[in-house]
Design a protein around this ligand. Structure first.
Ligand SMILES: Cc1ncc(COP(=O)(O)O)c(C=O)c1O
Length: 430
């Protein structure tokens, strides 16, 4: 029948595909990229601010000088020159590692995939902050992991809650395989793990025999002072697997990230990566090495910091002056995101069609949890739109929230669901 495509392979897919669903962000992409919509949804770095002419020339010089090698297969572990340079980059956050223990990956997203592949069997427990990075949750779901969330507050992951979560998992007869954490400028929460808590979290995990997966793509994008030393930098050599990326400090389109792991883990990671992609792209790795050695890349990071700080300020000021009372939000000191909680009784997912009609896009909170929490929450990002657009976006959003509150006061809580037909997932079912 024209227009309807049935899947002839239903029933033949592996069980792991059952956990694979399009993320809230993917679903929004088409609508949020319409020009009339102010998108506070995507987390796209502002690549327009890169020195594009210089990057263009270094790429063509590279091919002229070293084309055959740049266009050739490379090492499964990644180019040794880049691995050396990655160690210099990590040292800026206090991480001292050997190039031998670094594996270059296709973005840190592939690192998440490889780590999950080598550690997780179906049903294994992963501890992760509540909320957590949607891309990591997607990977964990595709390996049929059971994610147990650990609450956060304004200082990041709550150590006491981590202790309790570990004990509860143990009491249920299971062992958590690792803690997945984003200590700097969290996606989506916008908060950072405080300095003293970094030591405490590491100590708790060491005592419990729990690996820490420290995912740190935003660490150099702080606005207020030098970076806080990483968890890996606090004696975590044998307990922490550290993930970095050039996506936010340089260019996500190159898809170059890395993992620093204890030696034995590194060997497994390389085998898993070879089975998956043979080797990371030689050309892109060389472009990154050239960029790091011939350009003032740290000056460029400072340009990004200033630009994102202005946008963060624009968003926080607009939220303060326009949002109806009862709405709260986090105050990021770096990175891309503000995590917003709506007044009681509102549902960000239910409200979304009306926000799109009002030409503003955000990501509803439920996508950032594995267990259906987050109905009142939403993620706003300020990295891509210019400050005036951010202000306009928040103005539109504030209007939508006001209108929702009026409906709620007039008709009661079930109104939103009745008119959109939307249902709210209950905890444990999403
Ligand atoms: C916390 C976090 N981890 C990992 C990634 C993946 O980054 P990439 O694969 O581009 O290095 C992102 C991207 O937004 C992220 O926010």
């Amino acid at each position: 029948m024209a227009g309807i495509r049935l899947d002839a392979f239903t029933g033949r897919y592996a069980q792991r595909t059952a956990g694979m669903t399009a993320s809230e962000i993917r679903a929004l992409f088409a609508v949020a990229s319409r020009p009339e919509v102010v998108s506070l949804a995507g987390g796209m770095p502002y690549t327009t601010a890169l020195p594009l002419d210089a990057v263009g020339s270094l790429m063509s010089d590279l091919i002229a000088r070293n084309g055959p090698a740049a266009l050739q297969y490379g090492s499964g572990q990644g180019d040794p020159v880049l691995r050396e340079l990655i160690c210099d980059v990590m040292a800026l956050e206090g991480v001292i590692g050997s190039p031998d223990d670094v594996t270059v990956t296709v973005g840190s997203q592939q690192a998440l995939d490889l780590i999950t592949r080598i550690f997780i069997d179906p049903g294994d427990v992963i501890l992760a902050e509540a909320p957590s990075y949607v891309g990591a949750l997607g990977t964990f779901a595709s390996y049929q992991a059971d994610v147990v969330h650990v609450p956060m507050d304004a200082e990041g992951l709550v150590p006491e809650a981590l202790r309790e979560a570990i004990a509860q998992v143990q009491a249920s007869g299971r062992t958590a395989k690792f803690l997945y954490t984003i200590p700097n400028f969290h996606n989506p929460a916008g908060t950072s793990l405080s300095d003293p808590r970094r030591d405490e979290v590491l100590q708790i995990c060491v005592e419990a025999g729990l690996l820490v997966i420290e995912d740190n793509p935003y660490g150099l994008l702080g606005f207020e002072g030098p970076p806080t030393p990483a968890i890996r930098a606090r004696g975590g050599e044998n307990h922490v697997i550290y993930l970095g990326s050039f996506s936010k400090t340089f260019a996500p389109g190159l898809r170059v990230g890395w993992v620093l792991a204890p030696h034995a883990v590194r060997e497994k990671l390389v085998l898993a990566s070879e089975a998956s992609v043979l080797c990371p792209p030689a050309l892109n790795q060389m472009i990154v090495s050239e960029y790091l050695t011939t350009q003032d890349w740290q000056g460029q990071v400072a340009v990004f910091q200033k630009l994102y700080q202005e946008r963060r300020d624009a968003m926080l000021n607009a939220l303060t002056s326009m949002m109806p009372s009862g709405t709260t939000w986090t105050h990021p000191t770096g990175g891309f995101y503000v995590w917003t909680t709506l007044p009681a009784g509102l549902d960000a997912k239910v409200m979304q069609p009306r926000a799109i009609t009002a030409r503003v896009a955000y990501v509803p909170g439920i996508g950032f949890y594995a267990d259906g929490q987050g109905q009142r929450e939403l993620r706003l990002s300020y990295c891509f739109p210019e400050p005036a657009r951010i202000e306009e976006g928040v103005r539109r959003l504030a209007g939508v929230v006001e209108a929702e509150l009026e409906l709620l006061q007039t008709f009661g809580p079930s109104f939103s669901e009745r008119i959109t037909g939307a249902t709210t997932p209950s905890p444990g079912l999403a």
